[in-house]
Design a protein around this ligand. Structure first.
Ligand SMILES: Cc1cc2nc3c(=O)[nH]c(=O)nc-3n(C[C@H](O)[C@H](O)[C@H](O)COP(=O)(O)OP(=O)(O)OC[C@H]3O[C@@H](n4cnc5c(N)ncnc54)[C@H](O)[C@@H]3O)c2cc1C
Length: 519
């Protein structure tokens, strides 16, 4: 699936009436595609750049209820989210995994410890399982030795879950395509098509892949605008006022050895009392995030000096013994939240609920969270039911794992769970590549994952491969450029690029990484 030339094959099939066209290939669009296909609809999803290249590859990667939202009284978001977390951990084991959190209480925090206790009790009650406990200073330090030397007074332990956002989006997309859906990357919906009375009846598409310029008109019963932070752009064509506030959140990444964490730590930032997380992920430690108003979306979002300082200040509060400085940062990334603008002076106070607007036949769904993508998909299709026809009862979101896999002995038990989560029924593509079943140096990913991605995961640019399919750009110092020769040996033959194309792609990836992902 999605072998070389797949985009031409999809392009040749665009000229047919679709039940539904989804604009946007992040987790929201992917979830809607999956759900609509399960209901037997004929669906096309178009993504202007790469799948998940918007916010859905740039989150904090938590599948969580959002304790922070509970504190702000956003009970509905929290309730939906903890239920989805439980379901995704079950269906997506290996891709959505439980993660312990040590919540540290420090002198000067404006939230008393007892209040956390009440919040966490509600959190567990909403999930229907009792999992939190109070921790003394000694206990929290014994659990997370990196807190030694800090003023932590104790706190709580609780559970949430984490994922790889980009791989989650990809798995949802690919399973939907396997079941009959159609998805294409690097195709932008440039314009809405409308009937004489102004109702949206399709889109004008443009191929945005490097060197391409073709366009096509596509008709559909329903067009869903799932363009996240870009959602106001299509709505503007209908003369609608802007409703979104774009809020950037950034992260720092450290090598595990510089900030070793057996589980996540959450704390209040000393400056503004926002919750900040330090999280072990895929062999590195992530620190995030920020909440700052973001300007235009025409360039990749990138961390500012002020955000970097803000996050390092949190690291110094929690882990003074580690003496973390900006020199320890190996990569960064920033994403832009699409939140519904209610004019609050503090961006952190805006609601994380999703919103649906029906305007002249265009159905826009935006806001929300990675965690709640399946709920959002149901809600969007529920709104479109009149035009699309009936929806059946809700079923699984992710397909069950297959049994009877012949695992090469080089793949550890831990990697098996991880690979099953990432690849679902496609796992045989990875295990079948016996020579590639060993780890890429400095990463927990296997060479066979890289080879498979280059061959069969719709990669158009080197950034697609290294930032989203296999996440070396986030996980390795210098974005993996130190081992680009080894990457080339595996990927270039699969991609079918000549040497000139490879060199141009390396130059373009290097520029992107320096601008938006470097320390
Ligand atoms: C810093 C940060 C941290 C976060 N952390 C978490 C977390 O830990 N857990 C959680 O649950 N949620 C988290 N979120 C929220 C979550 O990441 C987002 O809600 C989610 O990824 C949004 O997905 P989306 O598909 O709506 O948008 P996107 O992923 O942005 O997808 C929209 C897509 O539409 C495409 N597009 C735009 N215009 C067009 C067009 N004209 N034609 C075709 N395609 C178009 C874009 O290229 C883009 O890929 C976080 C968000 C941020 C910013």
């Amino acid at each position: 699936m999605w072998l070389k030339g797949y985009r031409d094959e999809v392009w040749s099939r665009l000229d047919q009436p679709w039940d539904l066209v989804i604009v946007g290939g992040g987790i929201t669009g992917a979830g809607i595609l999956g759900e609509a296909v399960r209901h037997g609809k004929k669906v096309l999803l178009v993504e202007a750049q790469d799948f998940s290249s918007g916010t859905s590859s740039r989150s904090t990667k938590l599948v969580h209820g959002g304790l922070r939202y509970l504190r702000q009284g956003q009970f509905l978001v929290t309730r939906k989210s903890v239920r989805e977390r439980e379901r995704l951990m079950q269906e997506g084991a290996g891709l959505v995994n439980a993660l312990g959190f040590s919540l540290g209480v420090f002198p000067g925090d404006q939230m008393p410890k007892w209040m956390y206790g009440v919040g966490l009790a509600m959190y567990d009650a909403l999930a229907g399982k009792w999992a939190h406990e109070a921790q003394s200073r000694d206990k929290i330090i014994a659990r997370v030795p990196s807190l030694e030397g800090s003023a932590v007074e104790g706190g709580y332990r609780y559970f949430d879950a984490q994922t790889d956002d980009s791989r989650l989006t990809l798995r949802v997309l690919r399973e939907a395509v396997k079941q009959g859906g159609t998805a294409i990357n690097y195709v932008r919906a440039d314009k809405l098509l409308r009937t004489a009375d102004g109702r949206v009846r399709g889109v004008v598409l443009r191929d945005t892949a490097p060197g391409a310029s073709r366009t096509a008109e596509v008709q559909a019963k329903v067009v869903i605008n799932a363009t996240g932070a870009w959602a106001d752009e299509l709505r503007a064509e209908l003369g609608q006022d802007k409703r979104l506030r774009r809020i950037r959140g950034s992260h720092l990444t450290f090598e595990h050895r510089r900030l070793p964490l057996p589980e996540a730590v959450s704390l209040l930032h000393p400056r503004d009392q926002r919750a900040v997380f330090a999280i072990p992920w895929e062999g590195v430690t992530i620190l995030g995030t920020t909440d700052v108003d973001h300007g235009a979306l025409d360039e990749e979002p990138a961390i500012s000096d002020a955000e970097r300082e803000y996050l390092l200040e949190a690291a110094q509060k929690a882990f003074p013994g580690a003496e973390i400085t900006e020199k320890d940062v190996i990569s960064t990334w920033s994403g832009v939240r699409p939140v519904i603008d209610t004019g609050k002076s503090d961006p952190s106070k805006e609601s994380r609920e999703h919103a649906i607007w029906k305007e002249d036949g265009l159905l826009t769904i935006t806001g929300g969270k990675l965690t709640t993508f399946a709920v959002m998909a149901r809600d969007a299709l529920g709104e479109a039911e009149e035009d699309l026809g009936g929806l059946r009862a809700r079923t699984r979101v992710l397909e069950p794992h297959i049994e009877g896999i012949e695992w090469p002995s080089s793949i550890t038990e831990e990697d098996r769970v991880r690979l099953l989560g990432r690849f679902g029924a496609e796992i045989v593509e990875i295990t079948g590549d016996r020579d590639g079943c060993h780890r890429i140096p400095g990463s927990i990913a296997l060479w066979s994952e890289l080879r498979h991605a280059a061959r069969a995961e719709g990669v158009v640019t080197l950034s697609d491969l290294l930032l989203r399919r296999v996440r070396l750009g986030l996980l390795l110092p210098k974005g993996g450029l130190d081992i680009i020769g080894q990457i080339r040996a595996v990927a270039q033959p699969e991609l079918g690029w000549d040497d000139a194309k490879w060199d141009a792609e390396v130059a373009s990836y290097t520029e992107t990484w320096k601008k938006a992902y470097s320390p």
